[in-house]
Design a binder for this molecule. Structure first.
Ligand SMILES: [Zn+2]
Ligand SMILES: [Zn+2]
Length: 243
């Protein structure tokens, strides 16, 4: 299992940090978590992945910094070098079907022409695709917000955007890698975590490693030093979870 960090930023346009998005690759499946602005191009830049290489898209919620390039993604499936044949599954929380219908109403050209699309609402539930178990729980940000755990022999859990959330504690218990939003080192903002609030989750759930992401510019001049299990994410990082 390999984690590719496509972006670690927010809605604030920055050269150093693209919108938060991740690609998880196993020998059987490629899962894209979030599709914010410019993520389709980021896939190419970080390993030469094209939209056809992605089997599953997971949307943690519908905010623009997590979904703006979804239409770009669908459009490229229809009008790329070769029309997509491979099935695609898009997973999200409450209101996913309505969100997708809304996109199609604006961009009718994204309707799949040559491949099967499954739009799957998954909340407090698991699904097994290509040997990978995908589990989601609601978290504390938007009504549709979910945290997502991907599990094979090892596991990676994505918090999505969230404030403190008992569900997040539950889903990231003893996970090998928690990819956690930690929007601010110290500032308290509703619906987001800082180091102190994230640490409460980590103390209870004991993930083995915690990658901090969805980073606001507050982090630019953070003078503190992070200790294990914490690691600050950077765009372009690749992390192997062998086994
Ligand atoms: Zn966000
Ligand atoms: Zn958000």
């Amino acid at each position: 299992m390999k984690l590719h960090i496509l972006g670690t930023g927010t809605a604030i346009p920055r050269i150093e940090r693209g919108s938060s998005a991740y690609l998880v690759t196993t020998k059987d499946v490629n899962v894209l978590v979030d599709v914010g602005p410019a993520v389709v191009r980021r896939l190419l830049e970080r390993g030469g992945y094209e939209v056809d290489d992605v089997d599953v898209v997971v949307l943690t919620h519908f905010h623009v910094d997590h979904t703006a390039d979804l239409s770009t993604f669908f459009f490229a499936c229809n009008y790329g070098r070769v029309p997509r044949i491979k099935p695609l599954t898009v997973i999200g929380g409450k209101g996913l079907a309505r969100f997708y219908r809304g996109l199609r109403a604006i961009y009718p050209w994204i309707t799949p022409k040559s491949y099967k699309l499954t739009v799957k609402r998954l909340v407090n539930d698991s699904i097994k695709l290509f040997g990978l178990t995908i589990t989601t729980v609601p978290v504390n940000h938007n009504p549709e917000s979910i945290a997502v755990r991907l599990e094979e022999k090892r596991s990676i859990t994505f918090s999505g955007d969230t404030g403190l959330s008992p569900n997040l504690v539950r889903i990231c218990e003893k996970t090998d890698m928690l990819v956690a939003e930690c929007a601010f080192p110290e500032r308290k903002v509703k619906g987001h975590l800082n180091l102190a609030s994230l640490d409460k989750i980590v103390q209870k759930a004991k993930p083995k490693r915690v990658l901090l992401t969805h980073l606001y510019p507050d982090w630019d001049d953070y003078p503190g030093v992070l200790h294990a299990p914490y690691l600050l994410a950077e765009d372009g990082m690749e992390i192997d979870l062998p086994g």
